[in-house]
Design a protein around this ligand. Sequence first.
Ligand code: MG
Length: 372
Amino acid sequence: MLALACYAVNEDISRGREKTESKPKFRDEFQRDRDRIIHSASFRRLVYKTQVFVNHEGDLYRTRLTHSLEVSQIARTIAASLGLNETLVESIALAHDLGHTPFGHAGQDELNNCMSEFGGFEHNLQSLRIVDHLEKRYAEFRGLNLMFETREGILKHCSKKNARKLGKIGERFLNRNRPSLEAQLADLADAISYNHHDVDDGYRAGILSFDQLSEINLFGKFLFKIKKEYPQISDNQVMHETLRRMVSFVIGDLIDNSKYLIDEHNPKNIDDVRNAVINLIQLSEQTEKEHSELKLFLRSYLYKNEVVDEMTKKAKVMIRTLFDSYMSGDVKINDNLDVEKGMDPTKKARKIADYIAGMTDRFAISEYNRLS
Ligand code: MG
């Protein structure tokens, strides 16, 4: 690892773990976090969870797992060039989507509807819940007992109401402090990653065309150049070459602009980062505008497209059926879900939500078939 900058997180200034443990022998504390995440059951499940396209729709689409790896790759590249803690951003990136339900956002929205009387459901909060409570593997503690800064990065946003229940990790949402630069970076790397790979997947699915995409500034400017430079290459090559230049342009912009902001605000340590008036990891204004344009385009033309929407409708029915069946208690429930009749409904609903959220797409489909 390259030398860390004074404003980076390192284990000596870390707020540490909830439960104190002896120091790892062959790695540092943040490497230990990353390794715990990789060895968790929730991480393995990501391979069968939808990013945008349901897993069985095609073998080449991104899944939550490949998405998380791509986020981690982008985040690490940027971290290294800013002198940030590469292992910490890697851990945050690998864990950031652990709390996602089956069937992507449709699944999360419906589970949130199901839970409306019981405190709601939010995938980001669920990711933290998994690493703090739901993984049960270690003899000495519940969850993965991760470092404060890893958990802080996982909890990207949080309502004040929820923040009050979370203790130390929720404080920054009440005090309006900023998270570490590593957390800020992992968050942006997520957006850079899906904005780029959802174009690729949407094109592969035949939903997005070059014609539509050429209207989008960020994509169009590279497309135009590549078509001129290489008139003889295939459409797939054009797509890949355009995306690769686009993503590397955005990454370059983020590095340059963040360097500029760091220089200007001159943080001497992590406290300066937390108390800064703005996030110091940011795209330039112009690129941010273009990036948002692409995001909005994807929202209208991909996420709300009828092919994707059809799956969304089906997903909602499946999640609702699972939730209602388990709540009613009339069905034979899998042994992994220990709920009983007569249990406090809020407690029962939360256990059911945890159980459903942990399902892979294919397990949810087979449970749905069994129950309906
Ligand atoms: Mg993500």
